[in-house]
Design a protein around this ligand. Sequence first.
Ligand code: E4P
Length: 218
Amino acid sequence: MKFFVDTASRKEIKRLVEWGIIDGVTTNPSLLSREEGKPEEIIRDICEIVGGPVSVEVVATDYENMVKEGRRLASLHEHVVIKIPLTEDGIKAMKTLSDEGIRINATLIFNPIQALVAARAGATYVSPFVGRLDDIGHDGMQIVKQIVDIFTIHEIETKVLAASIRHPRHVLLAALAGADIVTIPPAVFDKMIRHPLTDVGLEKFLSDWKKASKSFDS
Ligand code: E4P
């Protein structure tokens, strides 16, 4: 399972890319609106930093303008993937743009049938929003599991990108559900690597070593 970062913060992306485990980035209009500067510059910078797929969402809602905006955003950098919401106009735009060879991330997916439709429209990725379903009392990860099962049964190549991740347990469950990718906010990455027993264990190893006054040959 690949890890994407769910942010438009260049600072956070740089920090996490240094870990060496990041394959891509997902942004959305809310995330981009929080950053200073021109969106186009931010997008190009992110593409250069991550060197992999960077999802950028269209803000147009009608077919013609979604297609126009999608083409323009895709021309910003070879790593740009166009995020399109699962609406009637969105499906048509997905089909047109994917036929032109532009990669699509179908976003705001809340059930497996929406994912199936997006795959038929040529989407490279489908993004089921796990946390937002959990927020209203549903089991968001069940949707991920069902999409993975459907795509496996029907040999559909579209990648399942688990999104709207709130905590490390979501990452664990996405891995168990068979998601291809999980897009994770920076704060959740930080929580994923922490364990109190790791800190206690390290402290003990180092104090034992120091007490014995040992050292490795340099
Ligand atoms: C996905 O690509 C979206 O950017 C994101 O995961 C939405 O998550 P949220 O529910 O935390 O806003």
